[in-house]
Design a protein around this ligand. Sequence first.
Ligand SMILES: Nc1ncnc2c1ncn2[C@@H]1O[C@H](COP(=O)(O)OP(=O)(O)OP(=O)(O)O)[C@@H](O)[C@H]1O
Length: 567
Amino acid sequence: MENKRIKLETSVDRCMTESAAAQPAHASASCATPSPVHVKTEPSATAGPSTQTSSTERPAADSDAIQLAPAQEQVLSRVKAGHNVFFTGSAGTGKSLVLRRIVQYFRTEKNMSGDDLVVTAPTGLAGTNVGGGTLHSWAGVGINVESLKQTLNNIVGAERYPAMRDGVSIFEAGNPDALGSSAKRWIQCKVLIIDEVSMMAASFFDKLEHMARFIRGNEQPFGGIQLILSGDFLQLPPIGGAKSKPRFAFQATSWPKCVEEPLLLSNVYRQNDQAFLAVLNDIRRNVISPRSLAFIKAHSKPVEYPSGVWPVDLCARKKTVQARNDKALRGLAGSARPFTSYGDSRDGPHLDSLFTVQRELSLKVGARVMLLKNLVPNVLVNGSLGEVIGFSTAAQVHSSGSATIGVPFALAGKFESAPTGYAYQRYEKEFYECLQDYTEWPIVRFRCGSSTTETVDILCVAHKFYAAHFDKGAIWRKQVPLALAYAITIHKAQGQTLERVRVDLAGIFEAGQCYVALSRAANPACLEIVNWSESAVKINNVAVEWYRSLEAEAPKCLGKRAMSEMN
Ligand SMILES: Nc1ncnc2c1ncn2[C@@H]1O[C@H](COP(=O)(O)OP(=O)(O)OP(=O)(O)O)[C@@H](O)[C@H]1O
């Protein structure tokens, strides 16, 4: 392959980044995107080495400001009309955005709480991404290794189970006051949302459907619960590996009676480059066309970024990611500072998969990090990238009266309008609480929102992170809100939009993994592909066929044709 470097034009890059931050990717590429918080233009004077920090992330657009497209509105109105809805579409069609609007609708207009509106996903991280918990923990099935009969026995109680099998209601089969928490949850639930449903096996779907009818004593599909399902079956499949070949939820026996309206969103908002979209569509369907090969070849060379700007590596396997992050940290001069999480006594290694933040984190000056909290909309968000430039106690920062580091100094001094909002207030509170301790917290230089030149330095004190465990309630751990950001797994990246990315296709093992990785990139000019081989493109033919038939029935199911006409 030609080894010429792709020269990245900073102005074009900035233009793309800024327009991507607040507009649909396919919309105008204008650079003039208003931001709710205006960043002053003077450079920040900071303690520590003068490194310019940049970012690969696309800051979360203020999603409240985005107007849903007609096809997306259609999903919302089907939900409002009380239907059981499954909506799908390729990566970047706005499924998560629509899901957030659905939750917002139930919470604000229907006044629903966590008991009657249940938000879940099949994995801990996916659940946390949508502000919910895992489906397993909500349903009371543990790690789902027990039979249906044993699971029901556990949930309703062995004393009630025989009578309930004879048709007696759960309340009459035993003392209602003695019902377990899982049984209560099943009874109270009115709306069940399951995101990333592609990761849910058919057998699990059938099991839950049966449980719902049995526990609730209601023979309607899913015991009369309104089901809202979202996901893309051509992205990551149910966990189980190639050997066990788990079947998809849409192959479940009970799926047809539960899901009346498959809705297909077809307009992609994440990318606006038509050639790139065509290639993504090929890869999605395992078509290795000449245009795809030409694209891959053109992007199999390093992208040259402006000084201090760098991409995130997406890798197939956890151990590659960890090794890459550890190696990068070891390569930095100086000794590592360990940060151990603290807080809830119920926390422990068994809950690691529920949290985005690690229990043990090591940092050094110069380490590239990702922010794991939203602090200031569009400017400092979950996913913002930065670099550790030093360590300091909160008291030192406070007493120095520095207008550049610490909170609220950094933000108040940096922005024309003082940031507000719950996340920022919580940050201030954490900062002031740390005035009493002697911990030296990392000072991180973050790029401000979509700007490639403006930076802000923040003392990153520990924050509370919550994970929903439906039995134990909200569990929390307090930790520095950062993760090393040299590399992340493709599984963790599912659902994210990344502005600069280096996709490593070595060790791809799952159907849809290559598609998920490539489709994270918002801008092909900032995409580098390494270790390409045709075998990296793996798909599940059953899922491909299913989408084909869904599209063929488009008018009947408000599918592609009908929907794209409305888009
Ligand atoms: N109607 C819209 N107008 C403008 N931007 C939109 C619209 N819908 C979605 N977006 C933006 O497109 C991007 C991708 O959306 P989102 O993450 O919801 O897609 P997705 O279908 O969930 O993707 P994935 O399957 O990869 O998780 C986001 O930045 C989102 O804000």
